[in-house]
Design a binder for this molecule. Structure first.
Ligand SMILES: [Ca+2]
Ligand SMILES: [Ca+2]
Length: 150
């Protein structure tokens, strides 16, 4: 029976190669960690921006159809028109534009005696922008419609 025995240990070259492989692995882990932290920050900022967009959207749905915050004549509107709306530090502004839908078909669609007036369809289209910074300036946009309850 042969007993395999090797007590020569590792050579300096083998140890250096092992250390090099370990160092490359640790560097890769470090890069992964950095991009993971950046990804977390980006996700956090986007979540805050979309929560705020949702908040403003709910407020705009709840105001009356003829409220000053929904007036197409005073575009663009901004978050300063709402009291008690706190903007997180990375969000620079919230703004929205309102467009009144019309139907210029030459007929009095809503039967009010006026043909093709600007608010004939009683629908407003709103484009809401949340401007925030995440290493560079970004904008989250949501669009929705508001109709007048008659
Ligand atoms: Ca009309
Ligand atoms: Ca019409």
């Amino acid at each position: 029976m042969t007993i395999l025995k090797n007590d020569r240990g590792f050579t300096l070259i083998e140890v250096l190669i092992a250390m090099l492989v370990l160092a490359i692995g640790i560097l890769a882990l470090n890069t992964m960690q950095t991009s993971s932290i950046q990804g977390n920050t980006t996700a956090n900022k986007l979540t805050t921006a979309s929560t705020l967009a949702g908040n403003v959207y709910e407020r705009l749905l709840n105001v009356s159809y003829d409220d000053s915050t929904m007036d197409p004549a005073t575009n663009p509107h901004s978050d300063t028109e709402f009291t008690g709306l706190q903007l997180p530090s990375h969000i620079s502004s919230v703004s929205w534009n309102v467009t009144e839908w019309t139907n210029t078909d030459g007929t009095d669609n809503d039967g009010d005696g006026v043909t093709d007036e600007s608010d004939e369809l009683n629908i407003k289209a709103v484009t809401l922008n949340v401007n925030y910074s995440d290493r560079r300036a970004k904008t989250l946009t949501i669009s929705f419609y508001k109709s007048e309850m008659l």
